[in-house]
Design a protein around this ligand. Structure first.
Ligand code: PLP
Length: 436
């Protein structure tokens, strides 16, 4: 293995063995030296759809979902895909068709879900729900609000009373456990803005109990994202079980427990727990509880089902560093700039041997934080098409138009066929809604 630990990449050249990496990605293969995505040549995709472009394998997404269904089959459960991960309607529709519910954090995400299915399997998380958001969700008959503040209980009750509709609610508890992930994607510490503290939870439930038009149905937590070590889930579950027992002594009996999302994935050399390990760790306690289980995975369904294809436009060796400037940037994929995420960047065509140099692979946005990969040992030529793997999650959904860059297209591949699922934005799209 030629991987170097991802955390040690700065000032150290990171050589990624693309063959090894791709062999661990279902539906991605090198065939005669060319990267194929579920049977389709990535070079052909780049030619037909242009670059930068996001390409997803539908079968990989659905298999990742089914891995959860199988692992938790012995328990009454509902998997609610976290829409923020990748909110393309084609992704949502394919998941809805195999029984997925949805975890949303905004009215916009709910509106997307309603394009492909009804609201009955939707859980609504999010720290700043307004009366308007709540009304929209009540009218869509969503399954449950994951309430993040005591004042939100009052607002939901007021809106529900006005609409004469009962709101099903669950409290999102902040269990104050360390998820051991990047601080920007840790959400279950008391210093984070999310949820209601463990200490304040029982009082909050008692408050909810006496408000009109609220039906208490659950308890929820989500402690962070890209969790490699799953002990945090176990600690959070213990804290929730304590609360569930205490609530019973107050006459509050719940129907479900929601443990959020957060399971990590391998981007480079991480060793995340599998869905089966995750289930094994939690199932004995969950069976004893006898509540329906909700989960809200996102990254673990989508990340490794997608790549971002990008062309090398300029090679710029300097005395200090070699820069390879590609046609993707932090505007299209912000994870490296925002979280210092290390993502694999691999060739799509390995047929010609190249001299290896160390490159910073960067975009052309006017920011020094605009990098996709630092100190990568690889052979590059202008015109090469590269694939950034792990890009199916938090890729397009976090893309923006900074530097007036039209957002990329998205393509779905399914068992040898492919289709456009979002058009590349045009220049005119950039100012479509502006008024001179
Ligand atoms: N649920 C909630 C409330 C979230 O905020 C998130 C992501 O931040 C998720 C689920 C999905 O997490 P992941 O993509 O790590 O599975």
């Amino acid at each position: 293995m030629t991987f170097r630990p991802a955390s040690h990449y700065i000032n150290d050249s990171l050589h990624i063995d693309a063959d090894i990496l791709v062999s661990a990605l279902p539906y991605f293969d090198y065939i005669d030296g060319v990267l194929h995505i579920d049977g389709v040549s990535s070079l052909e995709l780049a030619k037909q759809y242009g670059t930068p472009s996001y390409v997803y394998s539908q079968r990989a997404i659905l298999d990742n979902y089914q891995a959860y269904s199988r692992a938790f089959a012995s328990l009454d459960h509902q998997i609610c895909y976290a829409v923020k991960t990748n909110s393309n309607l084609a992704v949502l529709k394919s998941l809805a068709q195999i029984g997925a519910g949805f975890d949303i954090v905004s009215k916009g995400e709910l509106a997307r879900v309603l394009q492909v299915t009804d609201g009955k399997k939707v859980v609504y998380s999010g720290v700043g729900k307004t009366a308007d958001d709540i009304e929209y969700a009540l009218n869509a008959d969503i399954c449950c609000f994951n309430v993040e503040a005591v004042s939100e209980l009052d607002t939901i009750s007021q809106v529900a009373t006005r609409l004469n509709k009962t709101a099903r609610i669950s409290l999102r508890i902040n269990p104050d456990v360390d998820a051991k992930t990047h601080p920007y994607i840790s959400t279950g510490l008391k210093s984070n803005k999310f949820g209601i503290s463990h200490q304040a939870a029982v009082q909050a439930y008692l408050h909810a109990k006496q408000l009109p038009y609220l039906q208490i149905v659950g308890i929820d937590c989500h402690i962070g994202s890209q969790l490699i070590d799953i002990q945090g889930f176990s600690d959070a579950l213990d804290k929730l079980i304590e609360l569930i027992d205490e609530l019973k002594s107050h006459g509050i009996h719940l129907e479900h427990i929601d443990l959020g999302g957060g399971l990590g994935v391998r981007y480079i050399d991480e060793n995340p727990a599998s869905v089966d390990d995750f289930a094994k760790l939690l199932l004995p306690r969950l069976r004893k509880l006898g509540l329906k289980l909700y989960l809200e995975p996102g990254r673990s369904l989508l990340a490794n089902a997608g790549v971002l294809l990008s062309r090398v436009d300029v090679l710029k060796p300097t005395e200090f560093k070699n820069f390879a400037i590609i046609d993707a940037s932090m505007s299209e994929l912000i994870r490296p700039a925002l979280y210092e995420a290390v993502m694999a960047i691999i060739p799509t065509d390995t047929r010609n041997a190249r001299e290896i140099h160390t490159w910073d692979i960067v975009g052309s946005v006017c920011e020094s934080s605009d990098f996709l990969g630092k100190d990568r040992a690889c052979g590059l030529q202008v015109g090469d098409i590269l694939a950034i793997t792990g890009a199916g999650a938090y890729g397009f959904s976090m893309a923006c138009n900074y530097n007036s860059r039209p957002r990329p297209c998205e393509v779905m591949v399914d068992d040898g066929s492919h289709r456009l699922i979002r058009k590349r934005e045009s220049l005119a799209d950039l100012w479509r809604d502006e008024i001179i």
